[in-house]
Design a protein around this ligand. Structure first.
Ligand code: HXC
Ligand code: NAP
Length: 293
């Protein structure tokens, strides 16, 4: 049986031939999965992260599995000089860079009144300022060199709803979303597109260990929380990311695409909680409430 379409490769082989994409936080999780797919589609890949050993191991594994070219660079996105050095290393190795994925993030669950001042700074520095640092360094380079380019920001659905218990992340991801829309307008004239993905739950070690502890399993029951009743698959997110980065999406800029199985709308609709009412209970309710003719 062939793999279901949503876990299969969506774009044509060679879509990224001659292109070089940098993914921050590309050593693990969704960053790694997006990188793996871009390589398959012909891209040269650059991955950055704070832990050198993780970056080096992932770069070696991805290169070996794909036969493609991967450069791993130790880079803390909070440090502008690291970001500039990563860009310089990418240009040195591949000649030029054409895409950036602002994927690096930090997050944890915590009641806000228990947070220290520094906890907020830590998350905002990685997510919002880190994405800004990369966008600024790469944007200056593309504008100066007159290279058409594509940026993809990874936000979340609570960037617009907000969410308790992850306030630093919600604030930072909302900033990333607004940076996307702001720059899409300002940098369109340089042929720089900038889009955003808002994923719902996609299991990764990094997110699950910090946000979904097994003790709270019941709270995150996907059958109740998500209309499509499952978590996301990495390949379906990679398909969307590759599409938005690629020239197939040449007329799309400033948009945010939600990929969450309907999760945030389930939480938002006033009466969506009625999903828990059984057929038998509906029979009783309707018998009691429906006007009799
Ligand atoms: C309260 C915490 C905390 C916690 C850290 N802090 N963890 N406060 N609860 N669980 C506080 C610390 O006390 C400290 O403040 C400050 O935050 C910085 O912590 P450090 O450990 O010194 O920082 P650092 O080593 O830089 O680590 C950063 C990190 C860590 C964000 C705290 O979790 C990390 O490295 N994360 C990277 C990967 C990640 O988070 N992946 C998940 C992405 S998922 P003080 O005042 O004591 O100095 C995602 C969206 C998922 O973003 C949505 C799912 C649907
Ligand atoms: P992850 O594996 O923990 O990925 C986060 C990556 O960011 C790690 O590789 C981490 O590596 C890197 N990173 C953290 N701080 C950094 C810094 N200062 N500089 C450079 N790199 C840094 O988690 P993930 O689930 O794949 O998350 C990837 C993206 O998807 C994030 O933007 C996250 O907010 C978003 N997202 C995920 C989900 C989900 O369900 N998984 C849902 C919504 C949104 P180092 O620690 O080595 O630096």
């Amino acid at each position: 049986m062939p793999a279901p379409l949503h876990t299969s490769s969506m774009l044509k082989e060679g879509t990224f031939d001659g292109q070089t994409v940098v993914i921050t936080g590309g050593g693990t999780g969704l960053g790694r999965s997006m990188g793996e797919y871009l390589l398959k589609l012909g891209a040269n890949l650059v991955i950055g992260g704070r832990r050198q050993e993780v970056i080096e191991a992932t770069a070696a594994e991805l290169a070996q599995a794909s036969g493609g070219q991967v450069l791993g660079v130790q880079c803390d996105v909070r440090q502008p000089e690291h970001v500039e050095a990563m860009l310089a290393a990418a240009v040195k190795k591949f000649g030029r860079v054409t895409g950036l994925v602002n994927n690096a993030a930090g997050n944890f669950i915590c009641p806000t009144e228990r947070l220290s001042y520094n906890a907020f700074n830590t998350v905002v520095d990685i997510v919002l300022k880190g994405s800004y640092n990369c966008t600024l360094a790469f944007g200056k380079y593309w504008i100066k060199e007159k290279i058409p380019a594509s940026i993809l920001n990874i936000s979340t659905t609570y960037a617009w709803t907000g969410s308790g218990y992850v306030v630093p992340s919600a604030v930072a991801k909302a900033g990333v979303l607004i940076m996307t829309r702001s720059l899409a307008s300002e940098w369109g004239k340089y042929r720089i597109r900038i889009n955003c993905i808002a994923p719902g739950p996609f299991p990764t070690e990094g997110a699950w260990s910090r946000l979904m502890p097994p003790q709270l399993e019941e709270t995150f029951d996907v059958k109740k929380k998500i209309p499509l009743q499952r978590n996301g698959e990495h390949q379906e997110l990679a398909n969307l990311a590759a599409y938005l980065l690629s020239d197939y999406a040449a007329y799309i800029t400033g948009d945010v695409i939600t990929i969450d199985g309907g999760e945030w709308l389930r939480g938002a609709g006033e009466f969506n909680g009625l999903e828990q009412v059984t057929h038998e209970e509906w029979d009783l309710l309707q018998a009691a409430m429906k006007p009799k003719k």
